[in-house]
Design a protein around this ligand. Structure first.
Ligand SMILES: [Zn+2]
Length: 375
Protein backbone atom coordinates (compact mmCIF):
# COMPACT_ATOMS: atom_id res chain seq x y z
CA UNK A 1 0.00 0.00 0.00
CA UNK A 2 1.27 3.40 -0.95
CA UNK A 3 -0.22 6.64 0.36
CA UNK A 4 -0.11 9.84 -1.68
CA UNK A 5 -1.17 13.18 -0.19
CA UNK A 6 -2.46 15.69 -2.72
CA UNK A 7 -2.41 19.32 -1.50
CA UNK A 8 -5.47 21.33 -2.59
CA UNK A 9 -5.25 24.93 -3.67
CA UNK A 10 -5.18 27.06 -0.52
CA UNK A 11 -8.38 29.13 -0.25
CA UNK A 12 -7.15 31.64 2.27
CA UNK A 13 -4.14 32.82 4.22
CA UNK A 14 -3.03 30.19 6.67
CA UNK A 15 -5.44 27.52 5.35
CA UNK A 16 -4.37 24.35 3.58
CA UNK A 17 -6.23 21.07 2.99
CA UNK A 18 -5.19 17.85 1.36
CA UNK A 19 -6.67 14.72 -0.14
CA UNK A 20 -5.13 11.31 0.54
CA UNK A 21 -5.22 8.41 -1.91
CA UNK A 22 -4.12 4.84 -1.13
CA UNK A 23 -2.71 2.73 -3.96
CA UNK A 24 -2.67 -1.07 -4.08
CA UNK A 25 -1.34 -3.45 -6.71
CA UNK A 26 0.52 -2.44 -9.80
CA UNK A 27 -0.36 0.40 -12.18
CA UNK A 28 -0.59 -0.68 -15.81
CA UNK A 29 -1.12 -4.36 -15.02
CA UNK A 30 -4.71 -5.52 -15.45
CA UNK A 31 -7.68 -3.29 -14.71
CA UNK A 32 -7.65 -0.12 -12.65
CA UNK A 33 -10.30 0.30 -9.97
CA UNK A 34 -10.99 3.65 -8.30
CA UNK A 35 -13.15 3.88 -5.17
CA UNK A 36 -13.97 7.04 -3.22
CA UNK A 37 -16.20 7.77 -0.24
CA UNK A 38 -18.04 10.77 1.19
CA UNK A 39 -17.80 13.15 -1.77
CA UNK A 40 -20.93 14.49 -0.13
CA UNK A 41 -19.15 14.87 3.17
CA UNK A 42 -22.20 14.33 5.38
CA UNK A 43 -22.73 10.86 3.85
CA UNK A 44 -20.56 8.71 6.08
CA UNK A 45 -21.53 5.03 5.55
CA UNK A 46 -19.07 4.89 2.64
CA UNK A 47 -16.19 6.15 4.72
CA UNK A 48 -16.54 3.20 7.07
CA UNK A 49 -16.85 0.82 4.10
CA UNK A 50 -13.71 2.38 2.58
CA UNK A 51 -11.80 1.80 5.80
CA UNK A 52 -12.89 -1.86 5.76
CA UNK A 53 -11.81 -2.06 2.11
CA UNK A 54 -8.42 -0.60 3.02
CA UNK A 55 -7.76 -3.53 5.36
CA UNK A 56 -8.99 -6.03 2.74
CA UNK A 57 -6.90 -4.55 -0.07
CA UNK A 58 -3.73 -4.39 2.08
CA UNK A 59 -4.16 -8.09 3.00
CA UNK A 60 -4.98 -9.09 -0.58
CA UNK A 61 -1.96 -7.19 -1.87
CA UNK A 62 0.29 -8.89 0.70
CA UNK A 63 -1.14 -12.26 -0.38
CA UNK A 64 -0.34 -11.50 -4.03
CA UNK A 65 -4.00 -11.62 -5.05
CA UNK A 66 -4.28 -8.27 -6.84
CA UNK A 67 -4.34 -8.65 -10.63
CA UNK A 68 -4.66 -4.94 -11.23
CA UNK A 69 -4.42 -1.57 -9.56
CA UNK A 70 -6.79 -0.25 -6.89
CA UNK A 71 -6.90 3.40 -5.86
CA UNK A 72 -8.88 4.17 -2.72
CA UNK A 73 -9.86 7.63 -1.46
CA UNK A 74 -11.63 6.97 1.87
CA UNK A 75 -12.40 10.66 2.46
CA UNK A 76 -13.07 12.47 -0.81
CA UNK A 77 -14.09 15.87 0.52
CA UNK A 78 -11.98 17.61 3.18
CA UNK A 79 -13.77 20.90 2.43
CA UNK A 80 -17.30 19.65 3.16
CA UNK A 81 -16.17 17.55 6.10
CA UNK A 82 -15.08 20.71 7.85
CA UNK A 83 -18.29 22.73 7.27
CA UNK A 84 -20.73 23.10 10.15
CA UNK A 85 -23.51 25.57 10.82
CA UNK A 86 -25.14 25.81 14.24
CA UNK A 87 -24.01 22.30 15.10
CA UNK A 88 -25.06 20.64 11.83
CA UNK A 89 -22.63 19.37 9.26
CA UNK A 90 -23.19 20.73 5.74
CA UNK A 91 -21.45 18.38 3.36
CA UNK A 92 -23.46 18.44 0.12
CA UNK A 93 -22.83 21.99 -1.02
CA UNK A 94 -19.77 24.17 -0.64
CA UNK A 95 -20.80 26.84 1.83
CA UNK A 96 -19.13 29.74 0.03
CA UNK A 97 -20.51 29.10 -3.45
CA UNK A 98 -23.60 26.94 -2.81
CA UNK A 99 -22.29 24.49 -5.42
CA UNK A 100 -22.95 20.77 -5.11
CA UNK A 101 -19.72 18.84 -4.59
CA UNK A 102 -21.02 16.11 -6.94
CA UNK A 103 -21.91 18.23 -9.95
CA UNK A 104 -20.18 20.21 -12.68
CA UNK A 105 -17.27 17.92 -13.49
CA UNK A 106 -15.78 18.76 -16.89
CA UNK A 107 -17.37 17.17 -19.98
CA UNK A 108 -14.53 16.61 -22.43
CA UNK A 109 -16.04 14.39 -25.14
CA UNK A 110 -15.89 17.07 -27.84
CA UNK A 111 -12.32 18.19 -27.18
CA UNK A 112 -11.04 14.61 -26.76
CA UNK A 113 -12.83 13.51 -29.94
CA UNK A 114 -11.27 16.38 -31.91
CA UNK A 115 -7.79 15.19 -30.92
CA UNK A 116 -8.22 11.41 -31.35
CA UNK A 117 -10.57 11.26 -34.34
CA UNK A 118 -7.98 10.57 -37.03
CA UNK A 119 -5.96 8.16 -34.85
CA UNK A 120 -8.86 5.80 -33.98
CA UNK A 121 -8.61 2.35 -35.56
CA UNK A 122 -10.04 -1.15 -35.54
CA UNK A 123 -8.38 -2.24 -32.28
CA UNK A 124 -10.76 -1.47 -29.38
CA UNK A 125 -8.04 -1.79 -26.72
CA UNK A 126 -5.76 0.57 -28.65
CA UNK A 127 -8.63 3.07 -28.97
CA UNK A 128 -9.21 2.89 -25.22
CA UNK A 129 -5.52 3.55 -24.50
CA UNK A 130 -5.47 6.45 -26.96
CA UNK A 131 -8.61 8.04 -25.49
CA UNK A 132 -7.41 7.62 -21.88
CA UNK A 133 -4.06 9.21 -22.65
CA UNK A 134 -5.72 12.19 -24.35
CA UNK A 135 -8.33 12.55 -21.58
CA UNK A 136 -5.63 12.50 -18.88
CA UNK A 137 -3.58 15.04 -20.81
CA UNK A 138 -6.50 17.44 -21.29
CA UNK A 139 -7.64 17.10 -17.68
CA UNK A 140 -4.15 17.83 -16.38
CA UNK A 141 -4.07 21.04 -18.44
CA UNK A 142 -7.42 22.41 -17.27
CA UNK A 143 -7.06 25.60 -15.21
CA UNK A 144 -7.79 25.25 -11.50
CA UNK A 145 -9.10 28.50 -10.10
CA UNK A 146 -10.08 27.76 -6.52
CA UNK A 147 -10.08 25.13 -3.77
CA UNK A 148 -13.34 23.44 -4.91
CA UNK A 149 -12.07 23.22 -8.50
CA UNK A 150 -8.82 21.81 -7.16
CA UNK A 151 -10.72 19.11 -5.23
CA UNK A 152 -12.75 18.16 -8.33
CA UNK A 153 -9.64 18.24 -10.50
CA UNK A 154 -7.68 15.95 -8.16
CA UNK A 155 -10.50 13.40 -7.81
CA UNK A 156 -11.26 13.37 -11.53
CA UNK A 157 -7.56 13.01 -12.35
CA UNK A 158 -7.24 9.98 -10.07
CA UNK A 159 -10.32 8.29 -11.58
CA UNK A 160 -10.42 9.27 -15.26
CA UNK A 161 -8.40 6.33 -16.63
CA UNK A 162 -10.01 3.64 -14.43
CA UNK A 163 -11.97 0.64 -15.71
CA UNK A 164 -14.19 0.67 -12.61
CA UNK A 165 -15.19 3.74 -10.56
CA UNK A 166 -17.28 3.32 -7.42
CA UNK A 167 -18.45 6.57 -5.81
CA UNK A 168 -19.82 5.72 -2.35
CA UNK A 169 -22.70 7.95 -1.24
CA UNK A 170 -25.93 7.59 0.73
CA UNK A 171 -29.37 9.23 0.68
CA UNK A 172 -31.24 10.78 3.60
CA UNK A 173 -33.03 7.55 4.56
CA UNK A 174 -32.86 4.78 2.00
CA UNK A 175 -32.48 1.22 0.86
CA UNK A 176 -29.21 0.41 -0.88
CA UNK A 177 -29.47 1.56 -4.51
CA UNK A 178 -27.23 2.42 -7.47
CA UNK A 179 -27.02 4.98 -10.25
CA UNK A 180 -25.15 4.13 -13.43
CA UNK A 181 -25.09 4.67 -17.19
CA UNK A 182 -27.63 2.77 -19.27
CA UNK A 183 -24.92 1.15 -21.46
CA UNK A 184 -23.17 -0.05 -18.28
CA UNK A 185 -25.98 -2.15 -16.85
CA UNK A 186 -24.60 -5.52 -18.05
CA UNK A 187 -21.28 -4.76 -16.30
CA UNK A 188 -23.04 -3.34 -13.24
CA UNK A 189 -25.52 -6.16 -12.70
CA UNK A 190 -23.11 -8.42 -10.72
CA UNK A 191 -22.36 -5.47 -8.40
CA UNK A 192 -26.10 -4.93 -7.87
CA UNK A 193 -26.44 -8.60 -6.97
CA UNK A 194 -23.50 -8.76 -4.54
CA UNK A 195 -24.52 -5.51 -2.82
CA UNK A 196 -28.20 -6.49 -2.68
CA UNK A 197 -29.33 -3.31 -4.43
CA UNK A 198 -33.06 -2.64 -4.15
CA UNK A 199 -32.97 -0.38 -7.21
CA UNK A 200 -30.55 0.56 -9.98
CA UNK A 201 -31.38 3.76 -11.83
CA UNK A 202 -30.11 4.06 -15.39
CA UNK A 203 -29.51 7.14 -17.52
CA UNK A 204 -27.24 8.20 -20.35
CA UNK A 205 -27.50 11.84 -19.19
CA UNK A 206 -28.54 12.74 -15.64
CA UNK A 207 -27.82 16.46 -15.96
CA UNK A 208 -25.15 18.75 -14.46
CA UNK A 209 -22.28 16.24 -14.80
CA UNK A 210 -22.03 14.27 -11.57
CA UNK A 211 -18.72 12.53 -10.86
CA UNK A 212 -19.71 9.05 -12.09
CA UNK A 213 -20.94 10.40 -15.41
CA UNK A 214 -17.83 12.52 -15.88
CA UNK A 215 -15.90 9.24 -15.81
CA UNK A 216 -18.26 7.07 -17.89
CA UNK A 217 -20.38 9.21 -20.20
CA UNK A 218 -17.45 10.29 -22.37
CA UNK A 219 -17.19 6.75 -23.76
CA UNK A 220 -20.64 6.49 -25.29
CA UNK A 221 -20.51 10.13 -26.36
CA UNK A 222 -17.29 9.40 -28.28
CA UNK A 223 -18.89 6.31 -29.86
CA UNK A 224 -21.87 8.47 -30.91
CA UNK A 225 -19.62 11.13 -32.43
CA UNK A 226 -17.61 8.53 -34.35
CA UNK A 227 -20.81 6.90 -35.66
CA UNK A 228 -22.18 10.30 -36.70
CA UNK A 229 -18.94 10.85 -38.64
CA UNK A 230 -19.40 7.53 -40.42
CA UNK A 231 -16.40 5.95 -38.64
CA UNK A 232 -16.74 2.22 -37.94
CA UNK A 233 -14.28 2.12 -35.06
CA UNK A 234 -14.92 0.21 -31.81
CA UNK A 235 -15.19 2.47 -28.73
CA UNK A 236 -16.45 0.35 -25.82
CA UNK A 237 -18.01 1.76 -22.62
CA UNK A 238 -14.59 1.43 -20.98
CA UNK A 239 -15.40 2.87 -17.57
CA UNK A 240 -17.99 1.22 -15.34
CA UNK A 241 -18.75 4.19 -13.08
CA UNK A 242 -21.41 3.64 -10.42
CA UNK A 243 -22.76 5.88 -7.69
CA UNK A 244 -23.41 3.49 -4.82
CA UNK A 245 -25.99 4.78 -2.34
CA UNK A 246 -25.23 2.95 0.91
CA UNK A 247 -28.68 3.39 2.46
CA UNK A 248 -29.28 6.47 4.68
CA UNK A 249 -27.16 9.00 6.53
CA UNK A 250 -27.69 7.15 9.81
CA UNK A 251 -26.80 3.76 8.29
CA UNK A 252 -23.30 3.87 9.76
CA UNK A 253 -22.74 0.52 11.39
CA UNK A 254 -19.74 -1.85 11.42
CA UNK A 255 -21.86 -4.88 10.47
CA UNK A 256 -23.33 -3.10 7.44
CA UNK A 257 -19.91 -1.74 6.48
CA UNK A 258 -18.35 -5.21 6.66
CA UNK A 259 -21.15 -6.65 4.54
CA UNK A 260 -20.82 -3.90 1.91
CA UNK A 261 -17.01 -4.15 1.81
CA UNK A 262 -17.26 -7.95 1.40
CA UNK A 263 -19.74 -7.41 -1.46
CA UNK A 264 -17.38 -5.01 -3.24
CA UNK A 265 -14.48 -7.46 -2.82
CA UNK A 266 -16.72 -10.25 -4.19
CA UNK A 267 -17.54 -8.07 -7.20
CA UNK A 268 -13.84 -7.38 -7.82
CA UNK A 269 -13.09 -11.12 -7.66
CA UNK A 270 -15.96 -11.70 -10.13
CA UNK A 271 -14.45 -8.97 -12.32
CA UNK A 272 -10.99 -10.62 -12.14
CA UNK A 273 -9.21 -7.68 -10.49
CA UNK A 274 -8.76 -9.79 -7.35
CA UNK A 275 -7.68 -13.41 -7.71
CA UNK A 276 -9.55 -16.23 -6.00
CA UNK A 277 -12.67 -18.33 -6.23
CA UNK A 278 -15.61 -16.29 -7.48
CA UNK A 279 -18.31 -16.07 -4.77
CA UNK A 280 -21.71 -17.29 -5.99
CA UNK A 281 -23.88 -14.55 -7.46
CA UNK A 282 -26.92 -13.79 -5.31
CA UNK A 283 -30.30 -13.22 -6.93
CA UNK A 284 -30.94 -9.76 -8.36
CA UNK A 285 -33.48 -8.19 -5.99
CA UNK A 286 -35.02 -5.85 -8.58
CA UNK A 287 -34.39 -5.20 -12.26
CA UNK A 288 -32.79 -1.89 -13.22
CA UNK A 289 -35.22 0.93 -14.00
CA UNK A 290 -34.84 4.23 -15.88
CA UNK A 291 -33.76 7.26 -13.86
CA UNK A 292 -36.41 9.04 -15.94
CA UNK A 293 -38.89 6.78 -14.15
CA UNK A 294 -37.89 7.91 -10.66
CA UNK A 295 -41.08 9.30 -9.15
CA UNK A 296 -40.79 11.95 -6.46
CA UNK A 297 -43.56 12.56 -3.92
CA UNK A 298 -43.57 16.18 -2.78
CA UNK A 299 -45.54 17.90 -0.02
CA UNK A 300 -48.45 19.98 -1.42
CA UNK A 301 -48.66 21.91 1.87
CA UNK A 302 -46.66 22.19 5.09
CA UNK A 303 -47.14 19.76 7.92
CA UNK A 304 -45.91 16.89 10.03
CA UNK A 305 -44.79 13.94 7.93
CA UNK A 306 -45.14 10.25 8.68
CA UNK A 307 -44.25 7.35 6.41
CA UNK A 308 -46.38 4.24 6.04
CA UNK A 309 -43.63 2.07 4.50
CA UNK A 310 -39.92 1.58 5.05
CA UNK A 311 -37.32 2.22 2.33
CA UNK A 312 -36.98 -0.85 0.13
CA UNK A 313 -40.72 -1.58 0.13
CA UNK A 314 -42.32 -2.60 -3.14
CA UNK A 315 -45.54 -0.64 -3.56
CA UNK A 316 -48.44 -0.59 -5.98
CA UNK A 317 -49.96 2.36 -7.83
CA UNK A 318 -52.29 4.23 -5.52
CA UNK A 319 -51.01 2.65 -2.31
CA UNK A 320 -50.90 5.24 0.53
CA UNK A 321 -47.25 5.98 1.38
CA UNK A 322 -46.84 9.31 3.14
CA UNK A 323 -49.15 11.34 5.38
CA UNK A 324 -48.81 15.10 5.88
CA UNK A 325 -50.85 16.65 8.69
CA UNK A 326 -51.39 20.39 9.09
CA UNK A 327 -52.49 20.70 12.73
CA UNK A 328 -53.73 24.29 12.33
CA UNK A 329 -56.10 24.09 9.34
CA UNK A 330 -56.70 20.33 9.67
CA UNK A 331 -55.41 19.58 6.20
CA UNK A 332 -54.47 15.92 5.97
CA UNK A 333 -52.92 14.69 2.74
CA UNK A 334 -51.88 11.16 1.87
CA UNK A 335 -49.46 10.73 -1.00
CA UNK A 336 -49.32 7.66 -3.24
CA UNK A 337 -47.21 6.53 -6.17
CA UNK A 338 -48.83 7.01 -9.55
CA UNK A 339 -46.97 4.09 -11.10
CA UNK A 340 -45.88 1.72 -8.31
CA UNK A 341 -42.36 0.36 -7.86
CA UNK A 342 -39.69 0.33 -5.15
CA UNK A 343 -39.55 3.09 -2.53
CA UNK A 344 -35.80 3.58 -2.56
CA UNK A 345 -35.37 6.79 -0.56
CA UNK A 346 -37.23 8.99 1.90
CA UNK A 347 -36.62 12.30 3.62
CA UNK A 348 -35.26 11.92 7.15
CA UNK A 349 -36.92 15.05 8.52
CA UNK A 350 -40.50 14.91 9.68
CA UNK A 351 -41.58 18.47 9.06
CA UNK A 352 -42.37 19.35 5.46
CA UNK A 353 -42.41 22.78 3.93
CA UNK A 354 -44.53 23.19 0.80
CA UNK A 355 -42.91 21.48 -2.16
CA UNK A 356 -40.42 19.49 -0.12
CA UNK A 357 -39.49 16.16 -1.68
CA UNK A 358 -40.41 13.36 0.71
CA UNK A 359 -40.02 10.03 -1.07
CA UNK A 360 -38.56 8.59 -4.26
CA UNK A 361 -39.91 5.53 -6.05
CA UNK A 362 -38.09 3.57 -8.77
CA UNK A 363 -40.76 2.86 -11.37
CA UNK A 364 -40.46 1.05 -14.70
CA UNK A 365 -42.14 3.92 -16.58
CA UNK A 366 -39.80 6.58 -18.00
CA UNK A 367 -41.96 9.69 -17.76
CA UNK A 368 -39.44 12.50 -17.07
CA UNK A 369 -37.20 14.54 -19.36
CA UNK A 370 -34.52 17.16 -18.73
CA UNK A 371 -32.35 17.14 -15.62
CA UNK A 372 -33.06 13.97 -13.71
CA UNK A 373 -31.14 14.43 -10.44
CA UNK A 374 -32.14 16.61 -7.51
CA UNK A 375 -29.93 19.65 -6.84
ZN1 LIG B 1 -24.36 11.96 -2.20
Amino acid sequence: MRRIDHPLLSPSLGAARQLSSFHFGEAGRGEKVYIQAALHADELPGMLVAWQLKQHFAALEAAGRLNGEIVLVPMANPIGLDQTLLGYQLGRFEQGSGLNFNRHYPALADSVYAMVRTALGNDAAANVRLIRAELSRQLAELPVKNELASLRHTLHGLACDADVVLDLHCDARAALHLYTGTPLWPQCEPLARYLGAHATLLATESGDNPFDEACSQLWWQLAERAAADGLTVPIPPACLAVTVELRGQASVHPTLAERDADAIVAFLIHRGVIGGEVPPLPELLHPATPLAGSETLAAPHPGVVSFRVEPGATVTAGQPLVDIVDPLDDRVTTLASQYGGVVYAQENRHYATTGMELAKIATATAFKTGKLLSA
